[in-house]
Design a protein around this ligand. Structure first.
Ligand code: IPE
Ligand code: IPE
Ligand code: MG
Length: 239
């Protein structure tokens, strides 16, 4: 990949978001625009994943969280779910050497028990192999729902018999206990909604919606989004 020149995009290297989260939407529409089957869009979407992961690693983003498959996506036609899962299974395996070489630490959040044994094993292998890597921390949200994450946290608290809960202690029970809240949330393909992603964590996240469909979202689109992020004033309720 060509070396990224941040100055060309008027990006200040010292003010990068520490954590970027992305709702990768629009694969189906990308395929439809080309008279292709929806799965062709998902396949092309993987190219964007690879590109964005590489770019984030190169420019020095610490955390990237990608919404890969939602709990509600289980309500899609079985045929599409099967094809998405097959793609996932293939790529969890084929991308591992490159991710590891790039020092990426990969982790997974969501109700992973709903995934097949085969995929769970690949997830475990990827997590285990990359756990000591010190570069980009990549979190893939699969079978993920923001509401179920909160419910799962409450269940863990009840099971542990914990009586006193604070914002700080509650965070420890979320799937994202070991990562900071996102600074910047990007949603591709124009929909202005959260679709059950990281509900608790995005309380003060800057939101950016682009009409660009996920398979068309590559390094230049990412850099333009980061440039826009740097124009924002984050107030956190203060003046
Ligand atoms: C996002 O693309 C990928 C997943 C939700 C798995 P979509 O499949 O939602 O694409 P559109 O929204 O139909 O275009
Ligand atoms: C959100 O996209 C989920 C992922 C990107 C994985 P959807 O396409 O499922 O969201 P809705 O249905 O348009 O809200
Ligand atoms: Mg969609």
């Amino acid at each position: 990949m060509k070396k990224i020149d941040l100055a060309e995009y008027k990006i200040d290297k010292r003010k990068l978001p520490q954590h970027i989260a992305i709702i990768m939407d629009g694969n189906g529409r990308w395929a439809k625009n080309r008279n292709l089957q929806r799965i062709a869009g998902h396949r092309e979407g993987i190219e964007s994943v690879r590109n964005i992961v590489e770019s984030c690693g190169e420019i020095g983003i610490s955390y990237l969280t990608l919404y890969t498959f939602s709990e509600e996506n289980w309500n899609r036609p079985l045929n599409e779910i099967r094809k998405i899962m097959a793609l996932l299974a293939n790529h969890l395996e084929s991308e591992l050497p490159e991710l590891n070489k790039d020092n990426v630490k990969v982790q997974f959040i969501g109700r992973l028990h709903k995934l097949s044994g085969g995929i769970r094993r690949k997830i475990q292998k990827m997590t285990e192999t990359t756990k000591n890597n010190t570069g980009l921390c990549l979190t893939l949200a699969i079978s993920y729902g923001g509401r179920s994450e909160i419910i799962d946290a409450v269940r863990k608290i009840i099971r542990a018999g914990v009586k006193r809960v604070t914002e700080k202690s509650f965070k420890k029970y979320l799937y994202t206990s070991d990562i900071p809240d996102p600074d910047f949330l990007i949603r591709t393909s124009g929909e202005q909604r959260i679709s059950n992603f990281l509900l608790y964590q995005i309380a003060y996240t800057e939101i950016f919606v682009t009409p660009v469909l996920w398979p068309d979202f590559k390094t230049p689109e990412l850099l333009r989004a980061i440039c826009e992020y740097q124009q924002r004033t984050r107030r956190f309720g203060r003046t």
